[in-house]
Design a protein around this ligand. Structure first.
Ligand SMILES: NC(=O)c1ccc[n+]([C@@H]2O[C@H](COP(=O)([O-])OP(=O)(O)OC[C@H]3O[C@@H](n4cnc5c(N)ncnc54)[C@H](O)[C@@H]3O)[C@@H](O)[C@H]2O)c1
Length: 348
C-alpha cells in the first residue's frame, strides 16, 4: 500500500505521528507492506515557499492508493488559502464525492446525553462532498457598503445527488442495515431540495428491503440529541452534513474521537480526523489521536483490508476501556503514550 501523508498544521502533526505509528505496526503484524510518503504541505511550507501545493500536486496524490491528512489551518494564514487548496481542492479535483463519517460511541461514559449509551449511538453519515454551497459560486456587489449584495449559490446536480444517495443505500445493503434517512430542507429550499426528494424516492424504490425515511434537517438535528438510536444511515448535502457530523462527533465523546473518509469508490481516497488543527493544543502532547487512528481503520477498510481495519478499531476500543486516553475524554495520558498503547495492542 502506497500512502501519501500530509500531517499539515497544529495538532495535525501530533495526531498524524500516532496514526503513522499504528499503521506501520499494522503492516508489521499482518505482513502488509506499507510505504508512506510524507508530503510537507501545510502553513509552514506555504509561508516559506508561497506554494500551497506544487503544480502537479493533485496528479501526485492520484498516484497513491490513499491519502492521509492530519489537519490544516493556521492563524498566520488568515485567508486559509493553503487549507482550501489542499483539502477542498483535493475533494474537488479527485472528485471525492462521498464524505463517510461513522458515528460510534465506544464507551457509555463518553456519551454527553443523559441515560444514553453505546446502543443508542451507532450510525453512519454520508455527506455529499463536491457540491452544495461549498463550490464558491456567487459574488458580492457593492461590497463594503450599505448597499452590499452577497450571493452564494447552492449547486445541486442530478449526478451529484444521485451518486451520494445511491452510495448510502449500497452501503446499507452491503452492511445488513435496514434504515436510511435523508435530510434536506425541501420545505424552504423548494428548487434544489425538490431534486433531493425526487432522487431519494427513485433510488429508495430499488431497495425494497430498506426502510427509507425523510426528515427536515432541523428535525434531524433535534432527534440526534433526543433519540439518536433511530438512525442507521443518514444521507444529506454538503452543508448540513458538515453540521450534523459535528453533532455526531459530540455524541461520540468529542471531536477528538471522530474519523472520516473522503471517497471516490475505486479511486484514490483521502482519510482524515474530523477535527481541525486546534492551535492552542499543538505540540503539547495533549491532542487526542484516536480520531486520526480510527481514520486509518477507514483507510484500511476502503482498501479491502477488513481484518486489519478491525484490529485498529479493537485496539482503540481496548484503550478507551482501559482508560488509556487523553484528557479530553477523561484520561491522563499524552498523545504519544496513547499512540504507543494502541500500536502495542494491534493483534491479528
Ligand atoms: N479538516 C480540517 O483540517 C479542519 C477542520 C476543522 C477546522 N479546521 C481548522 O482548524 C483551525 C482550528 O479550528 P477550530 O478551533 O474551529 O476547530 P478544532 O477542531 O481545531 O477545535 C475545536 C475544539 O475541539 C478541541 N479539539 C479538536 N481536536 C481535538 C483533539 N484531537 N483532541 C483534543 N481536543 C480537540 C479543540 O481544543 C477545540 O476546543 C482553523 O484554522 C480551522 O479552519 C481544519
Amino acid at each position: 500500500m502506497n500512502i501519501a501523508v500530509i500531517a499539515g498544521d497544529g495538532i495535525g502533526k501530533d495526531v498524524t505521528a500516532e496514526a503513522v505509528k499504528v499503521l506501520t505496526r499494522v503492516g508489521e503484524v499482518f505482513g502488509l507492506p506499507v510505504a508512506l510518503e510524507h508530503l510537507p504541505w501545510g502553513a509552514d511550507h506555504y509561508l516559506t515557499t508561497g506554494e500551497t501545493l506544487p503544480p502537479n500536486g493533485y496528479d501526485l496524490l492520484r498516484s497513491f492508493d490513499a491519502v492521509f491528512v492530519g489537519a490544516l489551518g493556521d492563524p498566520r494564514v488568515t485567508d486559509n488559502r493553503h487549507a482550501r487548496d489542499i483539502l477542498l481542492g483535493t475533494r474537488f479535483e479527485l472528485d471525492l464525492y462521498v464524505n463517510y463519517r461513522p458515528v460510534r460511541l465506544l464507551a457509555d461514559r463518553l456519551c454527553p446525553l443523559k441515560g444514553r449509551g453505546r446502543g443508542d449511538v451507532n450510525f453512519v453519515v454520508f455527506r455529499e462532498n463536491t457540491e452544495g454551497v461549498y463550490v464558491g459560486c456567487g459574488g458580492r456587489f457593492k461590497a463594503g457598503t450599505e448597499d452590499e449584495v452577497a450571493i452564494q449559490e447552492e449547486i445541486n446536480t442530478y449526478k451529484g445527488v444521485h451518486r451520494i444517495i445511491r452510495h448510502a443505500f449500497e452501503y446499507a445493503a452491503a452492511h445488513g442495515l435496514t434504515r436510511v434517512c435523508m435530510a434536506d430542507k425541501s420545505n424552504a429550499m423548494q428548487q434544489g431540495h425538490a431534486l433531493w426528494q425526487r432522487v431519494f424516492r427513485s433510488v429508495a424504490a430499488q431497495y425494497p428491503g430498506i426502510t427509507a425515511t425523510h426528515q427536515y434537517i432541523d428535525a434531524l438535528a433535534m432527534f440526534l440529541v433526543r433519540d439518536p438510536g433511530q438512525y442507521q444511515v443518514i444521507v444529506t448535502n454538503n452543508l448540513f452534513g458538515d453540521i450534523v457530523t459535528d453533532i455526531g462527533g459530540a455524541l461520540q465523546g468529542g471531536l477528538g474521537m471522530a474519523a472520516s473518509g473522503n471517497l471516490h469508490p475505486g479511486r484514490t481516497s483521502l482519510f482524515e480526523p474530523v477535527h481541525g488543527s486546534a492551535p492552542p493544543l499543538a505540540g503539547r502532547n495533549v491532542a487526542n489521536p484516536m480520531g486520526a487512528i480510527l481514520s486509518t481503520a477507514l483507510l484500511l477498510e476502503t482498501l479491502g483490508r477488513a481484518d486489519e481495519a478491525r484490529s485498529v478499531e479493537r485496539s482503540v476500543e481496548a484503550a478507551v476501556e482501559a482508560g488509556e486516553t487523553t484528557p479530553d475524554i477523561q484520561g491522563a495520558r499524552g498523545t504519544r503514550e496513547v499512540g504507543d498503547w494502541i500500536a502495542a495492542h494491534i493483534h491479528t
